[in-house]
Write a protein that binds this ligand. Structure first.
Ligand SMILES: Cc1ncc(COP(=O)(O)O)c(C=O)c1O
Length: 384
């Protein structure tokens, strides 16, 4: 039986094969330093765990409205006030099963078959596959260190045509950890509006930044679709909970889609997440942010000293995107060798697009400082 043609376009992540091999090696007694994993190593903070237990004990096991628990939508809206000094109408917030579902909702709502969606390359690998799901055409914009690994407004303008539905960017970005400033976001919006399309900004790594906090795109316009999640800053990956702030006119359409696609985000997770914004929980998250910064401040100079080229200091997320061409012309083989011979797992560039992937790898500092130090020691031994 023939499968849908899109199944040939959608690729698995190479890092998954690497992770499976790493687990195999570990099962045979080898020690592996994991710097490939894109989620915080910390367990969800205790206050949220307790709120989850309490919700379970109280029998909170039914569906919520498709747009999310009203109290959580209100709480997220209040958070924009607390964090960014911004008034956001809770009616524009949809709670989703992770940022993943938010991305799918937005693209389902905006993309006609054949429509172009502009994406940064390197970028988050799922995005192009989401575009394929809706029979759109993902268009890679090659980004480089010259503009902090984000598309320049000139590139976006040059790529935007009558069949372009949206530009999708992330700040901070995965895999590069770089941010977007207000002027660039405003320029993107101008182009998108002028072209009759939308700007979608993925802010999933907001909160995990180590210099001046970046602006939320919501502070520029109510017409931007903004995606966020409880996965990264809040340390709740496995709860599968995120959100989307949408332009008002899209909300009934997105509500309709959410009803059909997933009915609602997980109820227990939504109740637990209500607790995530309280000051005692935020204090834990801020302490963790400090640890991430400490790790970045160790790993960045250590990798540069080894000979990896990381031309832009990443001010967010927990990734370092490094040019490894001093050591190899085949970054995928390089990651395999590192795993087998040095016991260090990192992600090959190929998982993030087609823009010189053979020259790049991603390091994730989602493991303790001690493990990172051991990883660097192993890298030194292997490389020098
Ligand atoms: C840029 C980006 N967007 C979205 C996601 C999806 O996150 P989730 O569905 O866990 O919220 C990820 C996960 O790694 C990501 O890196």
């Amino acid at each position: 039986m023939a499968l849908a043609r899109r199944m040939q376009l959608i690729q698995p992540f190479h890092v998954m094969a690497l992770l499976a091999r790493a687990r195999e090696l570990e099962a045979s007694g080898r020690s592996i330093i994991h710097m490939e994993i894109g989620e915080p190593d910390f367990v969800t903070p205790q206050p949220v765990l307790e709120a989850g237990h309490a919700a379970l004990s109280a029998g909170q096991t039914h569906y919520t409205p498709a747009t999310g628990l009203p109290a959580l939508r209100e709480r997220i809206a209040a958070f924009y006030g607390e964090r960014y000094g911004l008034a956001v109408d809770a009616g524009r917030i949809l709670v989703t099963p992770g940022a993943s579902a938010a991305l799918q909702l937005v693209l389902a709502c905006l993309v006609n078959p054949g429509d172009r969606v502009l994406l940064a390359d390197p970028g988050y690998p799922c995005n192009r596959n989401f575009v394929y799901l809706f029979n759109g055409e993902p268009v890679s914009i090659p980004v480089d260190a010259g503009f902090a690994y984000q598309p320049t407004p000139e590139q976006v303008r040059a790529e935007w045509d009558a069949t372009t539905a949206a530009l999708l960017v992330a700040s901070p970005s995965n895999p590069t950890g770089t941010l977007l400033d207000r002027a660039t976001l405003a320029a993107y919006l101008d182009i998108a509006r002028g072209g009759g399309g939308y700007l979608v900004v993925d802010e999933i790594y907001h909160g995990l930044t180590y210099a001046e906090p970046p602006p939320t795109a919501l502070s520029i316009s109510d017409e931007i679709c903004v995606i966020n999640s409880f996965s990264k800053y809040f340390g709740m990956t496995g709860w599968r909970l995120g959100w989307l702030v949408a332009p008002e006119q899209l909300v009934p359409e997105l509500d309709k889609l959410a009803q059909n696609l997933f009915l609602a985000a997980p109820t227990l997770a939504q109740h637990a997440a209500l607790r995530a914004f309280e000051p005692d929980n935020i204090a834990i998250l801020e302490e963790r942010r400090g640890q991430f910064r400490e790790r970045r401040d160790y790993l960045l100079p250590a990798l540069r000293e080894l000979g990896f080229d990381i031309p832009v200091t990443p001010d967010g997320a927990f990734y370092l995107y490094a040019d490894c061409s001093r050591f190899t012309t085949d970054s995928y083989r390089f990651t395999q060798q590192l795993l087998e011979e040095a016991g260090v797992a990192i992600t090959p560039g190929i998982d993030f697009g087609n823009n010189c992937p053979e020259r790049h790898v991603r390091f994730a500092y989602t493991t303790s400082l001690e493990k990172l130090q051991e990883g660097v020691r192993r890298l030194r031994e292997f490389l020098l």
